[in-house]
Design a protein around this ligand. Structure first.
Ligand SMILES: [Zn+2]
Ligand SMILES: [Zn+2]
Length: 275
C-alpha cells in the first residue's frame, strides 16, 4: 500500500502495521513541492527502527525528466538527485519515477531528453545504492513510457542501465492497451518485457483498477474490482510466480480514514488465495 508520510517518514510504519501491509511505498517528501526540509535525525532513526517489510519510494509528481524547457528539466534533475540522497539515508533501494512528458516536442526527442536527465541524476549519485524504476504509464497527454519499447530505448541510451529498473502499474498498462484480463494477452506482455528489458528488471508493481477503458490512455485509478479491469484483471498478476518477492503496492483512492485501504487490500488478498 502507498502510505502517507504526513508528520514524518517514520510515521509510515505505524499506518503500515495497522493495515498489515507486507510491502509499502512512500513519498520521500511532500510530493507537490519542489523542495523540503532535511530529515530530522530522530526521524531517520525512527524509520530504521520501525521497518519490518520491503519499502519503495515514489518520486515527486512535479518532476518531468523529459521537459523540453531547460528550466523545468534542470529543476527536475536537481529534485530527483535530492530524492536519491534521501532514499540512501533511509536505505530505500528503489525510487519509482515516470519517464516524463514531452509536451509537444515529440516522443523521440522526449525519450532522448529523458535519457540525458537520467544520466545526470545517476552520474551525480554514483555511490548511492538506489535504483530508478521507470514506471510504465497510461500515456495520457504527452506522457512517455506507455509502450515497452520506450523503456527499452531508455535502457539502451543511458550510461548506467544497471541502476535502472521497471515498475508496472495495472491501471496504466490497461489504459495503455495491454489487456491483463486475458491469459494470452497477459503472456504476450510478459514475453515482450522479457525480450526488450528482461523481467528481472521489474522491481515493483502498482495494483490499481482503472476508470478508463482498455486503450483509453486515461490515467484514473479506481478501487480494486470496481473499475474496468475488475477482479479478473488482477488474478493473473497477483498469482504469477514470476513476481514472487516483487513488492506490490496499491495506489487506490483514499478516504478520510483507512477504511478504503482496508477494503481494497482485502479484495486483493482474497484473489491471491483463490487460484
Ligand atoms: Zn503507479
Ligand atoms: Zn496513475
Amino acid at each position: 500500500m502507498h502510505v502517507s508520510i504526513a508528520g514524518g517518514v517514520d510515521g509510515a510504519w505505524t499506518i503500515a502495521r495497522r493495515l498489515r501491509c507486507t510491502a509499502i511505498q512512500i513519498f520521500l517528501k511532500n510530493n507537490r513541492q519542489w523542495s523540503a526540509r532535511p530529515y530530522r535525525q530522530e526521524e531517520i532513526a525512527g524509520f530504521h527502527s520501525g521497518r519490518y517489510c520491503p519499502v519503495i519510494a515514489h518520486a515527486c509528481y512535479l518532476i518531468n525528466l523529459a521537459a523540453p524547457q531547460a528550466v523545468v528539466r534542470e529543476r527536475s534533475v536537481c529534485a530527483l538527485i535530492d530524492e536519491v540522497q534521501r532514499a540512501a539515508l533511509l536505505d530505500v533501494p528503489v525510487i519509482v519515477v515516470h519517464p516524463g512528458a514531452h509536451l509537444g516536442a515529440g516522443e523521440r526527442e522526449g525519450l532522448r531528453t529523458c535519457a540525458g536527465s537520467l544520466d545526470e541524476v545517476l552520474g551525480a549519485t554514483r555511490d548511492r545504492p538506489v535504483r530508478l524504476a521507470l514506471e510504465m504509464t497510461a500515456g495520457q497527454g504527452s506522457a512517455l513510457g506507455y509502450r515497452v519499447e520506450h523503456l527499452e530505448e531508455l535502457y539502451q541510451r543511458v550510461r548506467w542501465p544497471r541502476r535502472l529498473a521497471v515498475c508496472l502499474d495495472t491501471c496504466h498498462l490497461f489504459a495503455a492497451g495491454y489487456d491483463l484480463r486475458e491469459t494470452r494477452r497477459y503472456d504476450e506482455l510478459v514475453a515482450e518485457l522479457e525480450r526488450r528489458v528482461g523481467i528481472e528488471q521489474v522491481v515493483a508493481w502498482h495494483l490499481n483498477d482503472s476508470r478508463g477503458a482498455l486503450g483509453s490512455r486515461v490515467d484514473r485509478h479506481a478501487h480494486i474490482g470496481s473499475g474496468e479491469l475488475g477482479r479478473a484483471g488482477f488474478r493473473l498478476v497477483v498469482n504469477d510466480a514470476r513476481w514472487a518477492g516483487v513488492p506490490m503496492v496499491l495506489e487506490t483512492p483514499k478516504g478520510p480514514d483507512l477504511r478504503a485501504d482496508r477494503r481494497n487490500l482485502s479484495v486483493i488478498r482474497r484473489l491471491w488465495k483463490r487460484v
